[in-house]
Design a protein around this ligand. Structure first.
Ligand SMILES: NC(=O)c1ccc[n+]([C@@H]2O[C@H](COP(=O)([O-])OP(=O)(O)OC[C@H]3O[C@@H](n4cnc5c(N)ncnc54)[C@H](OP(=O)(O)O)[C@@H]3O)[C@@H](O)[C@H]2O)c1
Length: 334
């Protein structure tokens, strides 16, 4: 059997170039003792992929030139020599940008069947994306009724769930995003209290209008100028959940930082987090998120691009703001 795989050929400089990743074919070997063969169905495209490609180690090992591009996948088991997995099981794993992956089973998690949720939801709201929003907001900032919550990249996969959990917890929610269409969706469909289009509006002036009592919680997805504007309106003893800094991921030099003096003077609590740390508590998030979806309190969008061959061009959508919801590549039929 032939396996198509995206191979890292060079570490990107600035934006990801077409030549950094190349689609190659190889022969799929037979599985060994205790191994499983997974046919990958969905591939998660994430802003973090850009960091993994950089050649620098961070919270995970650095990728090397010649590696199969790293990525989260949902797949179905087609062969198993491992008693923990049966043919036909749907699983979540780091299967990589390829049609098939062979695994020892380490780090492979079964996806519950007949739950009523579509399979791709386990890659977004009922997967790592939902967990990131859930723990990043609730565990790090402990939102209280009546508090003002500001979310950047608010219409994105993580941001849109954060906005809705904020509403469930009784916060006034203000979302910052990069188009009127996304702002309208946040206001009209997700019923948040106010929106700012950072590409066409003066963020600092609009925050002043929309947050007359200041900001109690900031959910940080972006960094740079937006953070600078948000910090000026943060309240004393407010909290920041430092989830991501996408505005700097393609930058070759350090992005000019915000004025951190605001944190000091206002005794703001800021905490970064990596969602992998919460793996053991995943069920807490999924029980609440599942209930909220069924009750109609949480809506989500998956932006599904067909075809593994389109993965390398599709990931650029994340940095251009062209994805609408969780960006996923469909590799094969469910
Ligand atoms: N800490 C963790 O464990 C963890 C886990 C998952 C994700 N994250 C972080 O969460 C953030 C959101 O990730 P996601 O997967 O949900 O992606 P996403 O928000 O669905 O997609 C990324 C969005 O970022 C916005 N963006 C891109 N470049 C920007 C720029 N220069 N300035 C302002 N906004 C920009 C775009 O929306 P606009 O149209 O609004 O510009 C784009 O649609 C990222 O920073 C990611 O690294 C962290």
């Amino acid at each position: 059997m032939i396996n198509k795989q995206w191979i890292l050929k060079s570490f990107p400089r600035g934006d990801i170039a077409d030549t950094d990743l190349v689609l190659e074919e190889s022969n799929l070997r037979e599985i060994g003792e205790q191994e499983i063969l997974i046919r990958n169905i969905y591939l998660s495209l994430d802003p973090a992929n850009r960091g993994w490609m950089s050649g620098q180690a961070s919270y995970v090992d650095a990728m090397k030139i010649g590696d199969i591009m790293r990525g989260g996948t949902i797949g179905i088991i087609e062969k198993s020599n491992n008693e923990k997995f049966q043919v036909g099981d749907y699983v979540n794993s780091m299967g990589g940008w390829q049609n098939y992956s062979i695994s020892s089973g380490k780090g492979v998690q079964k996806i519950p069947q007949n739950t009523g949720f579509e399979l791709s939801a386990f890659m977004s709201v009922m997967g790592m994306t939902g967990m990131t929003a859930y723990f990043g907001l609730l565990d790090i900032t402990d939102p209280q009724e009546g508090e003002t919550l500001v979310v950047s990249a608010a219409a994105g996969a993580v941001g849109s769930i954060v906005c809705q959990i904020g509403k469930i917890k009784g916060c006034r929610v203000i979302g910052i995003s990069g188009s009127d269409e996304k702002c309208n969706w946040l206001k009209n469909e997700l019923n948040i209290d106010g929106t700012i289009n950072y590409k066409t509006e003066d963020v600092r002036a609009r925050l002043k209008e929309l947050c007359p009592d200041g900001i109690d919680i900031y959910f940080e997805n972006v960094g740079g100028k937006i953070t600078e504007a948000v910090l000026t309106r943060m309240n004393i003893k407010s909290r920041i959940s430092l989830c991501g800094l996408i505005s700097g991921y393609n930058s070759e030099s350090l992005v000019p930082g915000p004025a951190w003096g605001h944190l000091l003077i206002k005794r703001i609590k800021l905490q970064g987090f990596i969602i992998f740390d919460y793996q053991k508590r995943a069920m807490e998030a999924f029980q609440d998120l599942g209930k909220w979806i069924v009750e109609g309190k949480i809506k989500y969008k998956n932006d599904i691009v067909p075809g593994l061959e389109n993965a390398s061009s599709a990931i650029k959508k994340l940095f251009a703001g062209e994805n609408h919801g969780k960006l996923i590549v469909q590799i094969s039929e469910e």
